[in-house]
Design a protein around this ligand. Sequence first.
Ligand code: FAD
Length: 310
Amino acid sequence: MSADEVYDLVIVGGGPAGFTAGLYAARSRLKTLLVERLGFGGQLLTYEKVDNYPGFPEGISAFALTELFSAQAFRFGLESRNAEVNGLDLTNSVKTVHLADGQVQARTLIVATGCAPNKLGVPGEAELIGRGVSYCAVCDGPFFRDQDVAVIGGGDTAIEEAIYLTKFARKVIVIHRRDSLRAVRVVQEQAFHNEKIQFRWNTLVTEIRGDQQGVDGALLKDVETQKTEHLPVSGVFVFVGMRPNTGFLPADLERDKAGFLVTDQEMACSLPGVFAAGDVRSKNLRQIATAVGDGATAAYNAERYLEAQA
Ligand SMILES: Cc1cc2nc3c(=O)[nH]c(=O)nc-3n(C[C@H](O)[C@H](O)[C@H](O)COP(=O)(O)OP(=O)(O)OC[C@H]3O[C@@H](n4cnc5c(N)ncnc54)[C@H](O)[C@@H]3O)c2cc1C
């Protein structure tokens, strides 16, 4: 491979963090490739509307926002490839990115692979995915018109999605293992005032039941009294946190206890020339606004790294 076939920067992941990194790198005239395994947009492809990203006073459709992100980066010459990255060789100063259909070389890397929903891990869950078990209210909510559904979790996403599901469902039962919610106060208040939403506190789901036709209920256990109960519902929406998409990364790249990548404030990871941005990072607010900030910072510092190596 000749030297000019080596990319200055390869970005893994085409969500808000990846495309912002791509925009900054391409405007700096770095030879940059963004690799995305699915459609461009990341998690934005799984929901409908964004109301808290600055610059859009009326909110914006999540899909429209992804199109704006990618169009802006491509205008400055960002290259892209649709492939899964399934391994990295970071031992040399020029790194090798292993794709499902080949490999590319890179002087620096930005990992912007986001995260994916945690599973409950109870009997019936895996078998009934797509037949009543869901991790995306926007994708599957319309299938539950005038039916009763359960939402598992007590954080922002769970409660926002419970509110969203009331557009379709007859009743939404929020099942939470604690006696209070973690969601921000304004979202909690909306949920408490919504007459379609009921709460089951201090309660675990121990099994999801159903058959080929779909979910017909969930087995609940009260953690205080240990009493069990069969809750008849036709949908179970699980929102119990996220896990980072880091399975393809070498083990010696430092992670936190939950497996998210540890970076410094310049988005540099524990190995030279490797940066991380967005939801895959160890941090306490995973949003579009923080992902784009990370992406810009990572690209800026990847460029500084390249200058120092030259
Ligand atoms: C239901 C829901 C609602 C939300 N609502 C809001 C909201 O209203 N406002 C807000 O600010 N945020 C919201 N968020 C969070 C926001 O979407 C994320 O914080 C943001 O998308 C993170 O961007 P990212 O680029 O870090 O990662 P992601 O958006 O997760 O993108 C990562 C990309 O990397 C790709 N990838 C992963 N592994 C590989 C691999 N090995 N090879 C190639 N590609 C790979 C993935 O396919 C994905 O496209 C919501 C999230 C969810 C799930």
